[in-house]
Design a protein around this ligand. Sequence first.
Ligand SMILES: Nc1ncnc2c1ncn2[C@@H]1O[C@H](COP(=O)(O)OP(=O)(O)O)[C@@H](O)[C@H]1O
Ligand SMILES: [Mg+2]
Length: 221
Amino acid sequence: MGNLLELSNIGKNYGEDVILSDISFTLDRGTAVAISGHSGGGKTTLLSIMGLLQRATSGKVLVDGLDIDRLNSNKLAKLRGQYLGFVFQRARLINSLTALENVMAPAWFIRNGENVEQQARDLLERFGMSHRLHHKPQQLSLGQLRRVSLARALLLKPPILLADEPTNDLDPVLAGEVAECLLTARASGTGVVIVTHDAGLASQADQIFRLEEGKLHSAIC
Ligand SMILES: Nc1ncnc2c1ncn2[C@@H]1O[C@H](COP(=O)(O)OP(=O)(O)O)[C@@H](O)[C@H]1O
Ligand SMILES: [Mg+2]
């Protein structure tokens, strides 16, 4: 069994701009890693490379020991579906479905027949969304959209969970709930990567990094 996720010597350029350089990183099962850094410093770019949503300019990405450069686009999509859950900065939800339906939809397909509705309701209730279950995305605030997207990702129980500033725009109580849910996912073996400016959340991670000038530095917990 390989490491859940391994990045070696990752570089990323956009044209002439060097965004990431020589980043090596390993995510183990059942651990949480927090990454902070200045706005525009490349955190979302790094997360999207970890999530196989875009390719690095140089370096290698291995998921569970598999070198993604060796996979065709079908196999890559399959690997992404099997291993990865995302909470994006800007939630990507299906506009024609309600909050509850958005949370249930992917789990419904993957866990054929299993009753996912109660679990979806429980998660949304935990995130203070019980009065918004039947609202559509365009009727929800940014913070509410992010909570729907987090509930959707948690319900899938992915081996790797990537969250981009998940507690932004949330009041302290809800931010605490979100943090707890993300960190509890470790108990079932999920490796969690959280990009965050929230020092309280970062301090609960097993490792803390700072992304500075394209490089990832270990920070003391
Ligand atoms: N698709 C793109 N094309 C060109 N530049 C981009 C693209 N995506 C992001 N950038 C630039 O890369 C830098 C890092 O962006 P990002 O990863 O979103 O940073 P962060 O999440 O740390 O705020 C920024 O300067 C941004 O403007
Ligand atoms: Mg970002």
